[in-house]
Design a protein around this ligand. Sequence first.
Ligand code: NAG
Ligand code: NAG
Ligand code: NAG
Length: 178
Amino acid sequence: MALSSSYSSPFLLLLLFATAAIASSDDGGEKTTHLHYYLHANYGGPNTTTVTVVSPPGNDSGSSFGSIAVGDHMLKEGLDPSSTLIGKAEELAVQASLGSPAYLSAFNFVFTAGDYNGSSISILGRAAPSDAAIERGVVGGSGMFRMARGYTISRVVKSTGPDDFLFVVEFDAYVFHY
Ligand SMILES: *[C@@H]1O[C@H](CO)[C@@H](O)[C@H](O)[C@H]1NC(C)=O
Ligand SMILES: *[C@@H]1O[C@H](CO)[C@@H](O)[C@H](O)[C@H]1NC(C)=O
Ligand SMILES: *[C@@H]1O[C@H](CO)[C@@H](O)[C@H](O)[C@H]1NC(C)=O
């Protein structure tokens, strides 16, 4: 028995080193991706990309507290409406502030072209229209962005109106993923 254990310990040691090597190569695989794109949204008109599904209950005396909207916007490479479509931004927005409006805002950015075609990132945060720049968290993703985390910074760069509101929002996303 003494003989067999003196042979097995170097073998065990080798296995332990092998396991450690595999674990460290998994840990070292984290990447950072900076995405830059433009969200094009229509609020109203024949090609609206948003719908209010819940109007505020009770007497809405100016605040839209409690309203819920759903959107399916376009993600494009540029500010120009004719620039390349790279995906869609599926949105849920809940006006969740009793004071000046602020939205509990959730997006799935679903890429349908380019390097990330078939992958998505999930975004959650607070969006107060009064803020010049809005920061949200990246809370997950799929495909190439599986287990993603990070943040987005966005700002409205174009809006028109009053009957056919077009909004273009510039997004920078910093995404950590494997
Ligand atoms: C709505 O979309 C259709 C089809 O893409 C397009 O022909 C039309 O010009 C659009 N209307 C507006 C107001 O953008
Ligand atoms: C709703 O609230 C406004 C402002 O407080 C008030 O003037 C109005 O009478 C209210 N309307 C109803 C139907 O209660
Ligand atoms: C995106 O991926 C889908 C599914 O693999 C494919 O059908 C489609 O042609 C791709 N689109 C582009 C623009 O590469």
